[in-house]
Ligand binder design. Sequence first.
Ligand code: HEC
Length: 210
Amino acid sequence: MSRSVKTAATLLLGLLIAYASGQRSMAQTYGLGSPTNGKEIAAWNIDVGPDGVGLPIGQGTSQTGEPVFLEKCAVCHGDFGEGVGRFRALIGEKSSLTSDRPIKSVGGYWPYATTLWDYINRAMPFGNAQSLTSDEVYAVSAYILAMNDIITEDEVMNAQTLPKVKMPNRDGFIFARGTDIKAITCMKNCVDKVTITSRALGNKGVPAKP
Ligand code: HEC
């Protein structure tokens, strides 16, 4: 083997060894490429569907939820879910949706009670998310539903009963399918002037005029 070929081969081998050990130390430092395990997947897999699939064992009533809510939620959402400052109210009426200033509250807008469980379980209390037990999540969900007059104070919420709760706005949603949306492009005899006939919101507190 000629000298230059030998040098090139040695160099290549050196590079390969450096690359391989670099890969190894990167894996050691950052844990890149390490196989996941069931525990890690379970920690992410916490979604609850409208039909209640994903709800864990546990239960609570509005009565057991009240002290938890007062201690962990009321500072932002108010003792009765009325909202404090700019933090959201958790109570509301469906009738608000057709007003000039619709408020999309849990009580008046959310179609499924199971979404309430999912939301609280994954994101609340704000700043200390996922610190509640399953029982506590069922209980504060019950408290919020009772404050909205959707269930009674002693109704037990668990994986079987929560999906059966019918939220006031359950049927207020429509699915926009391709055939429902007809975009007609105007090429001739088009309207000269477009008039705005209504607005979703009133302007500065003045109700919207159609
Ligand atoms: C430090 C303030 C704070 C605390 C404490 C807190 N929340 Fe919230 N909450 C928020 C904020 C902020 C949002 C809106 C978050 C967003 O839109 O991303 C929110 C949103 C919500 C919503 C969704 C409301 C909607 O209409 O979109 C629910 C339900 C809720 N919180 C329940 C709770 C419950 C139950 C607790 C107690 C276990 C709690 N929160 C504690 C600040 C708080």
